[in-house]
Write a protein that binds this ligand. Structure first.
Ligand SMILES: Nc1ncnc2c1ncn2[C@@H]1O[C@H](COP(=O)(O)OP(=O)(O)OP(=O)(O)O)[C@@H](O)[C@H]1O
Ligand SMILES: O=P(O)(O)OC[C@H]1O[C@H](OP(=O)(O)OP(=O)(O)O)[C@H](O)[C@@H]1O
Length: 572
């Protein structure tokens, strides 16, 4: 017997338990003093009931009970409170104010992410009220609770989804295009957003834009949708949004949003607020204000919240609602990192993950062109960290770069789009650097197509050798082909030649390796170039990354961050 706790679960011993107890008690007292009453929801929830509320995080544990109901351990409490309000509390007049401290269960989004699967959320929900006064009450309470928990140095990214919703609704775009835009917002993929929107706004394919999609938004709307995600700053950013969307008739709830921000500024929170429309992620959940807290000392958000006026309606009764939750563990980690730090984020060097290998030379050239001191980086010897004034370069395998950045060990980094896709890590893709171009293809030994297809007809499955299992799996899921993946570390071209697999998914650049091994391309999988990307919290708390992204984009003309010259210059 291996007497350990399950992966992602742990015991909390006395010292930490006492600290947690002190925080949760203080936070509960604060919420109670503001009129929030406690609520407890069940650990298990029926999957269909949870899904009805909108996009939700994955729960690691799902199973059927004896009634054949598919159950999940709750990944979220808000949906449950919405359900309770629409059912057992349907007759209660309100407004209702609830507070909770509960465990939630989360699945790591990718295999490479080491995350706790059991987390403690402290939060509130305010049901039955809407408008700037209550929105400001919620955001201010969030900030106060974080401070009580020991995190005093944080940025509150804040926006409203109303503007993007109005732009999409009036844009005349097809549903598929709108979904692609929402996915780009949700994934914080500025490169994809730029391609979708830039294509319509008149940019040429050779400049990195895709061919205009017939289902895309009208050009002015597409342009505004692309720019909106990059607007960030103080109060002036709201004016910038207004200037962008007013001519299109899409001001939506911006007046209320401005009112909310003014109230927060009056409450002394102006310094903490960062108007940032890239906070907008999920739509079917939030309907108005959205916010997320990031600490400069931690690579993961402390918590988030927003207005979700339609969620309770999904359970049968229309009621406006807003709330937030913070993760106790993350907030405590940020608090102790903050206590140990000797200054703000700007006091420490910017940490950049630089790929070794074939992308190395051009990555260094880009960084040098952007004005960074790259002394020693091209010939580091066996050193893995090169420290120059204001910057630490962390030298990594390209496929590891997304992991370093996602987990906050580096603030930003460079690697191929393929590595980002393969790892699937939660990072913000900022600039297409346009070097390291290659294609991923499915290939087979020349002249074997008929035999492979016949075999597939007989066996119903095909063996594919690859170094990129996630990209391969996603590709064949799209094409509806049943495959067994043989994972190799390199020299993948060998597989069809020696009978290890019928086909391969691999990189081709000049085509030499395929040709010299008598292999032929069957289909395209994806095209990749090098990307500059960042940790989401680092991006929100460190202006150096925004500056670097803009400079890199300016040197790789017509790319993602280029259209946004700054909060005060919407025309770019
Ligand atoms: N012809 C090519 N072959 C391989 N990679 C290429 C090619 N052209 C561009 N690239 C890019 O370079 C990256 C791989 O670089 P390199 O070959 O140095 O890494 P690697 O040794 O395969 O390391 P890792 O296993 O971490 O990917 C790819 O992810 C891709 O983005
Ligand atoms: O089209 P080409 O210009 O010939 O380039 C493609 C080759 O380059 C890469 O291999 P790499 O050298 O990275 O080695 P690997 O096989 O170990 O991945 C890739 O896996 C192909 O084998």
């Amino acid at each position: 017997m291996n007497a350990v706790t399950p992966s992602g679960f742990r015991d909390v011993l006395a010292e930490e338990a006492l600290a947690r107890e002190a925080i949760t008690r203080a936070v509960a007292d604060l919420f109670a003093a503001r009129g929030y009453v406690p609520i407890e929801t069940p650990t298990l929830e029926v999957m269909d009931v949870m899904r009805a509320g909108g996009r939700m995080p994955a729960s690691p544990f799902k199973f059927f009970d004896s009634h054949d109901d598919l159950l999940a351990m709750r990944p979220d409490v808000t949906l449950q409170i919405a359900r309770a309000c629409a059912t057992r509390m349907a007759a209660e007049e309100g407004p209702l104010r609830f507070r909770y401290t509960q465990r939630v269960f989360r699945e790591a989004e990718t295999d490479n992410q080491v995350v706790a699967r059991e987390l403690t959320q402290c939060g509130v929900e305010c049901i039955g009220e809407r408008g700037p006064a209550v929105d400001a009450e919620i955001v201010a309470l969030f900030a106060e609770a974080l401070r009580l928990a020991g995190a005093t140095d944080f940025v509150l990214g804040i926006a409203t989804v109303g503007v993007l919703r109005a732009l999409l609704e009036r844009s005349g775009a097809a549903e598929l295009w709108k979904l692609a835009v929402l996915d780009a917002y949700h994934d914080s993929d500025f490169v994809a957003l730029d391609r979708l929107c830039g294509a319509v706004a008149g940019r040429r394919p050779e400049d990195g834009a895709e061919l205009p999609d017939p289902g895309a938004a009208a050009p002015a709307y597409a342009d505004a949708i692309g720019r909106l995600a990059r607007i960030r700053g103080g109060r002036e950013a709201i004016e910038e949004v207004r200037a962008l969307v007013a001519p299109l008739g899409c001001v939506a709830d911006l007046d209320d949003f401005q009112d909310t921000c003014d109230r927060l500024a009056a409450a002394g929170l102006a310094e903490r607020l960062l108007v940032d429309f890239s906070v907008v992620s999920s739509f079917n959940y939030y309907t108005g204000i959205v916010f997320e807290a990031a600490s400069p000392h931690l690579g993961a958000p402390l918590g988030s919240g927003g207005r979700y006026d339609r969620m309770i309606g999904a359970y049968g009764i229309d009621r406006p609602a807003a709330g937030f939750a913070f993760h106790l563990e993350q907030t405590m980690a940020a608090a102790s990192a903050e206590a140990a730090a000797t200054g703000g984020r700007a006091a420490r060097p910017l940490r950049i993950a630089v790929p070794k290998g074939s992308l190395n030379a051009e990555a260094i050239a880009c960084l040098e062109e952007a004005g960074l001191d790259v002394t020693g980086l091209a010939s580091p010897g066996r050193s893995l960290v090169i420290s120059n004034p204001g910057v630490d370069y962390i030298i990594v395998r390209p496929s590891d770069a997304p992991v370093f950045v996602a987990l906050g060990a580096a603030d930003c980094g460079i690697c191929g789009k393929d590595s980002l896709q393969e790892v699937g890590a939660d990072v913000v893709e900022l600039v297409d650097l346009r070097f390291g171009g290659c294609r991923f293809v499915v290939a087979e030994a020349a002249g074997t197509t008929a035999a492979i297809e016949e075999r597939y007809r007989k066996l119903g499955s095909m063996r594919i050798a690859t170094k990129y299992p996630a990209i391969t799996r996603a590709h064949f899921a799209r094409t509806g082909t049943q495959v067994e993946i043989v994972y190799l570390h390199g020299n993948v071209e060998l597989a069809p030649m020696v009978g290890l697999a019928e086909r391969i998914v691999d990189i081709t650049a000049t085509g030499t390796t395929l040709a010299e091994n008598n292999l032929e391309i069957v289909e395209e999988v994806l095209a990749s170039t090098a990307r500059f990307f960042a940790n989401g919290c680092a991006l929100r708390t460190d202006e150096r990354i925004v500056g670097l992204a803009r400079t890199l984009a300016a040197h790789a003309p017509h790319h993602s961050y280029a259209p946004i010259a700054g909060a005060s210059n919407p025309a770019g």
